[in-house]
Design a binder for this molecule. Structure first.
Ligand code: AVI
Length: 317
C-alpha cells in the first residue's frame, strides 16, 4: 500500500504564525500559544516528560488501553478510517492497530516531515493498511482532504490534548470534528480527570526540570520563528494547578527587567512579568461527557484507571 504525505500551504501558515505571535507578545497580559511548544526539540522534551515519574497521564492512559483494548475495539468497531490527531511518532495509534484493524490510517500533525518518517517505518510493520500523512494545524480550522475515506471515520485524540483548549474552544473543535465524522463515525478521546493539587503541581513542575526546559524552549522557538531576541536565562518556569479555574497553568516569569525585540515589534518586560504559555484543563468525568454531548456526540463508553485519574471515552457522531 502507498503512503502519501502532504503539507498544508506553508507560506500562508508562516504569515499567520507571525501575526499570532505578535498579537500574543504585545497583549497587556502576554501569551504564546501552546502549539509553539512543539518544535523538534520541544517534541523531544515532551517525549521525555511522558517518561517522568511525576507525569502520570501517558502511562495511565496506556494502562487503560492495555487493560480494556479489546472492549474499546468492540465499541469503536473494526475497519474504520482512523484519523490520528497530533499523531507525532504515531506510536499510540500503532499500538491499537492489531485491535482496531483500520482500513485507512490518517496521521495528522503540524509537521508532515516528522510524520512521513514515522509512516515509512510503520508501513514495514503494517503493509496492508493504507496510510496518509497530513501536515496541518487542525486547532483552528479543520477539513479533511478527499483522499481520506469518508466512511466510518474514527478520530483518535489521546493524551488529554483536548485539555489544552478552553472548554469553549474544545466545544468548537469537537463540533468541527463531528461534522467531519461521516456515516457511522465517532471519536476515541483521552481526558485527564481532576485530582489533588499536589499530584498536578508535581506533574507540571517536575524535580528534574524537564517541564521547565520544555516551557523555556518555547522562547527559543519564538526567537527562530520571528527573529526575537529572548534571553532564555532571564526567564523562569511556573507550572501549577489553579483549582478554581479547573486547570493547570504554565507561565514564564521574567527574572529581571529586559527589552525583547522581534520582527515587527518590541516590548519591555519588568522583573516578575509573566507570559502565559499553556492551560491544561482537568475535567470531572460527567463534565467531559457533557462537553461531548454539547458538541453533538453521544458518549458510548468510558474506561478509567483504578484511581480514576484519567478517562478514555468512545463517543459516536
Ligand atoms: C500535550 N498536552 C496534553 C500536555 C498536557 O499535559 O497538557 C502538554 C504538557 N505540558 C506540560 N507538560 C505536558
Amino acid at each position: 500500500m502507498d503512503i502519501s504525505c502532504t503539507q498544508e500551504r506553508p507560506r500562508a501558515a508562516n504569515a499567520h504564525v507571525a501575526d499570532e505571535l505578535h498579537a500574543g507578545l504585545a497583549a497587556p497580559e502576554a501569551w504564546i500559544s501552546p502549539k509553539f511548544l512543539y518544535d523538534a526539540l520541544g517534541s523531544k522534551l515532551f517525549e521525555a516528560i511522558c517518561e517522568l515519574p511525576e507525569y502520570y497521564p501517558t502511562r495511565t492512559e496506556a494502562a487503560i488501553f492495555a487493560r480494556h483494548g479489546a472492549e474499546i475495539a468492540r465499541s469503536a468497531g473494526l475497519g474504520t478510517t482512523l484519523v490520528d490527531l497530533g499523531a507525532g511518532n504515531c506510536a499510540k495509534a500503532a499500538s491499537l492497530f492489531p485491535l482496531l484493524q483500520p482500513a485507512q490510517y490518517v496521521a495528522v500533525d503540524i509537521s508532515a516531515e516528522f510524520l512521513c518518517d514515522a509512516l515509512v517505518r510503520l508501513r514495514q510493520r503494517f503493509p496492508n493498511i493504507a496510510m496518509e500523512g497530513l501536515g496541518m494545524d487542525f486547532s483552528n480550522r479543520f477539513e479533511l482532504p478527499p483522499q481520506v475515506r469518508a466512511e466510518r471515520r474514527l478520530f483518535f485524540y489521546p493524551g488529554s490534548s483536548i485539555g489544552n483548549f478552553t472548554p469553549e474552544e474544545a466545544q468548537g473543535f469537537l463540533r468541527r470534528l463531528r461534522l467531519q465524522c461521516g456515516p457511522d463515525g465517532g471519536v476515541l478521546i483521552g481526558i485527564d480527570l481532576a485530582k489533588d493539587k499536589a499530584t498536578l503541581d508535581a506533574a507540571y513542575d517536575d524535580a528534574l526540570g524537564v517541564t521547565a526546559a520544555f516551557n523555556l524552549n518555547v522562547l527559543r522557538h519564538v526567537n527562530h520563528l520571528v527573529g526575537a531576541d529572548f534571553d532564555i536565562r532571564a526567564w523562569r518556569h511556573h507550572g501549577f494547578y489553579h483549582a478554581a479555574r479547573g486547570r493547570v497553568e504554565m507561565h514564564l516569569e521574567a527574572v529581571r527587567r529586559q527589552e525583547v525585540r522581534w520582527k515587527g515589534g518590541a516590548r519591555v518586560f519588568e522583573a516578575g512579568d509573566c507570559i502565559h504559555t499553556e492551560n491544561s484543563y482537568k475535567y470531572q468525568q460527567a463534565d467531559a461527557i457533557a462537553l461531548l454531548e454539547r458538541s453533538g456526540f453521544e458518549a458510548t463508553r468510558v474506561w478509567t484507571d483504578p484511581q480514576r485519574w484519567f478517562a478514555v471515552i468512545h463517543a459516536q457522531a
